[in-house]
Design a protein around this ligand. Structure first.
Ligand code: G3P
Ligand code: CA
Length: 323
C-alpha cells in the first residue's frame, strides 16, 4: 500500500470512528459494526395483530424486532398500561361493558371543530375494570379475549429478547389528574433494574415523547441517562426542524422521531440531525399507507438506505429490509 493510500484509509477509518462516537451509546455498537439499522415494532406487529396486546408484541419478537414500542397510559389506580389512545373505545369493547361510564366532551383525538362525543377515558377506570375488556375483537374475531397489557406484563414478555421503547402519552393530561407520568415510568424501569443505560445488554431502553417538557423533566429533573427521542409531527412541531432548533433538541434528547412525511419533503433533515449529533427514527411505516411506494418494504428501504435514517417505527416488522 502506498503512503498516500494508507493515509486516506486512516482518515476514512478515523472519520467512521468519530462519527460512531458522536452517536448516543445505544447506537454506537450498531454504527461500529457496520450499518445496522434498528427495527422498532410500532405497537407490536400491529398490521397483523391488535395493537398493544401481548399477541402483537409476541409476533413482533418472532418477526425479529430490535425494539418493541409501548405507548403508556395510566389507570385510575395509578398503573401504567399499554394503549395508544387516551380513551378506550377505539380498541376495546368498553361501550358494551361499561355503557354508562362515558364523559361527553371533545377529546384531544377528535378533529378540530368536532362536536362533543362520548369518551371512555383510561384514567376513569381501574386496572381491574380495564382487564375485563376485550382488546382483540375490534381487530379480528380470532383475537377475541386479548387484554390491555400492563407495562409490567409487556416488560416481562419482551425482556431479554428485544429492547423496550416506551412513550409518555398525554403527560400533561395525567398531570392535571394528579399523576406524574415521568416519575412512574422511571420508577418502573428502576424496579425492573432497567433504569441505567446498559443495565441489561439484551434489553436496551429508549424513551420517546411528543412533549419536549416531558423529556426535559426526565433528563434534568429526574436525571435519567437513558436515551431520549423527541417525536416531531407536522404543525406546529415541525418548527424544531431547523439547524438551530435541532441544536436545542440536542440539549435534552439523543434523537428525533419525525413523521416520515417531513423527511420525504426535506430529506436533508437527516443530514442536519446527524450533524447536530441526533439519531433519526421516523414513524410510521405500514402496509396500509405506503404513499407513492410499491409496498412498505420498498418505502422502508428508501428511508433506511437512501435517506439514511438510523431506525424506524413499523407496523410490519417482517417487511423490514435488512442488509
Ligand atoms: O411513537 C412513534 C409513533 O408511534 C408516534 O405516533 O401516534 O403512533 O404514537 P403514535
Ligand atoms: Ca407511539
Amino acid at each position: 500500500m502506498t503512503d498516500s493510500l494508507f493515509c486516506r484509509c486512516l482518515l476514512a477509518v478515523s472519520a467512521c470512528v468519530l462519527a460512531a462516537l458522536s452517536l448516543p451509546p445505544l447506537f454506537q455498537t450498531a454504527a461500529q459494526s457496520g450499518s445496522k439499522k434498528i427495527l422498532v415494532a410500532h405497537r407490536g406487529a400491529s398490521s397483523y395483530a391488535p395493537e398493544h396486546t401481548l399477541e402483537a408484541y409476541r409476533l413482533a419478537l418472532a418477526q425479529g424486532a430490535d425494539f418493541v414500542e409501548q405507548d403508556l397510559q395510566i389507570t385510575k389506580d395509578g398503573v401504567l398500561v399499554c394503549l395508544h389512545d387516551l380513551t378506550l373505545e377505539r380498541t376495546t369493547n368498553v361501550e358494551e361493558v361499561f355503557p354508562n361510564r362515558a364523559r361527553l366532551d371533545v377529546s384531544e383525538d377528535q378533529a378540530p371543530g368536532a362536536p362533543p362525543a362520548k369518551h371512555w377515558y383510561v384514567p376513569d377506570f381501574t386496572l381491574a375494570e380495564i382487564k375485563q375488556l376485550d382488546a382483540g375483537s375490534w381487530f379480528n374475531e380470532k383475537f377475541k379475549g386479548a387484554r390491555v397489557p400492563t407495562w409490567q406484563e409487556a416488560i416481562d414478555l419482551v425482556r431479554g429478547k428485544a429492547g423496550l421503547y416506551p412513550e409518555t402519552k398525554g403527560p400533561e393530561v395525567y398531570g392535571k389528574r394528579g399523576f406524574d407520568m415521568e416519575k412512574l415510568t422511571l420508577e418502573m424501569l428502576k424496579k425492573n433494574k432497567l433504569a441505567e443505560p446498559g443495565a441489561d445488554a439484551k434489553t436496551p431502553v429508549i424513551i420517546q415523547s411528543f412533549s419536549a417538557e416531558s423529556l426535559q423533566k426526565m433528563r434534568f429533573e429526574l436525571k435519567t441517562k437513558l436515551p431520549l427521542v423527541f417525536l416531531i409531527g407536522f404543525d406546529p412541531q415541525k418548527q424544531w426542524l431547523t439547524a438551530d432548533g435541532l441544536k436545542r433538541v440536542k440539549e435534552f434528547a439523543n434523537g428525533i422521531g419525525p413523521a416520515k412525511g417531513l423527511i420525504e419533503r426535506e430529506p436533508q433533515l437527516v443530514t442536519w440531525a446527524h450533524a447536530a449529533g441526533l439519531t433519526v427514527t421516523p414513524y410510521t411505516f405500514r402496509s396500509s399507507n405506503t404513499g407513492k411506494y410499491k409496498d412498505v418494504r420498498e418505502e422502508m428501504n428508501q428511508f433506511l438506505y437512501t435517506f439514511g435514517v438510523d431506525a424506524l417505527f413499523t407496523d410490519n416488522p417482517d417487511q423490514f429490509p435488512r442488509r
